[in-house]
Design a protein around this ligand. Sequence first.
Ligand code: ADP
Length: 428
Amino acid sequence: MPQAWSFAFARLALLVLGALVVGWFTGFPAAVLFVALGGYVVLCLVRLYRLSWWLQHRSSEDPPDLRGPWGDVVALIMRIYRRKKFHKRRVLQLLREFRHISAAVPYGIVALDGDRQIQWFNRTASRLLSLRRKVDYGQRIDNLVREPEFVRYIAGRDYAQPVTVRSTVDRENYLSLQLVAYSDTRQLLVIRDVTREARVEAMRKDFVANASHELRSPLTVITGYVDALAEDTAIDPIWAAPLREMERQSVRMRAVVDGLIELSRLESQSGEAGDDEVDVPAMLSLMRKEHCSLERRPREITLTLDSRARLRGVESELHSVFGNLITNAVKYTPDTGRVDIRWWTDDDGAHCSVRDTGIGIPAEHLPRLTERFYRVDPSRHRSTGGSGLGLAIAKHALSRHNGTLSIQSEEGVGSVFTCHFPKRRVIG
Ligand code: ADP
């Protein structure tokens, strides 16, 4: 027990003893004891009152000078009070620093709760999204940012990549928005002004689209003349081989230009593909027939239709997807090999696989296969006359249909390219 308290108890005991002795001498022990204890209680009440008054005015008044256990209590309160003040100052300092840091960050940051309601945002977010302090606190972010791409993004589950939307403040500008989880339910919305990147990207797309369109006409003329010359019997036979090579190269160039034009067309269409009804089984049957009539082709090309389901989409784009996969399978499979096409549906949606027993692809090339102009082996590429754009086009068109492409391949054994379409794109 602290010393002050021992003294206090000893003092009280002495008081009681003294009162009893005085009471015994005077003949009124009860009355004397009552007076002594009453005085003691009054003294305690006075000290309690001074303590309580000081607690109420402690920010401006010095602590009362109390003795004994009351002094201990005051010292204890002072210690707690000083510690609290220190922590409060530290928290305030941290908060001020956090505010400065968050204002200096070149990105907009919005803290959202589990219901996607705004809890806090920094100055950049306020500028980029035109958010108003206090007024917009508690508002749902999708009520304030109503761009369809963002609404779709936020309703989805995949936040690994940001989404780019037009700024609502200035329609000429573009913003990149990404959700990042920072607890089980809470998320941060990170906003970046990507106007410059978007403009450069738009310029690149325009340039590629214009250049390919401009190249198409002269190329058609050149190809026509080369074809005519190659067939002209009056030409010196010494030119036969160079003319054949020119013919081959012009066909390749034509394929590259056509591929670039198709890719540009796909890129210029923003958002998801439309939802016309596309009869995929009929399309695949026709494609199989077309490839079967080719002069050079694998011995067997089969089609297995496990479903008659159709797809919601754009016919020309889906034609491009399946056409590129089947053409590749036929192109990269020797005459003795086979190509099997299959169309089926399951709980996840619809799928189309194109399996071949061709030359296959080494594993290290698989992740980059759908990049533009990516070649597994440039010499192999040259001999097949491909554009190097087929898979890039297929992937782009697929993603416009919310689909994905999976590739399995083993060098020297063959490959399987499978397109997966979500349920909502499937009819029947
Ligand atoms: P290309 O016009 O050259 O075929 P793609 O984009 O369609 O361009 O294909 C990219 C590369 O992927 C090809 O150059 C080829 O090396 C490889 N590839 C695509 N499909 C197959 C396949 N079925 N078997 C083997 N290699 C393939």
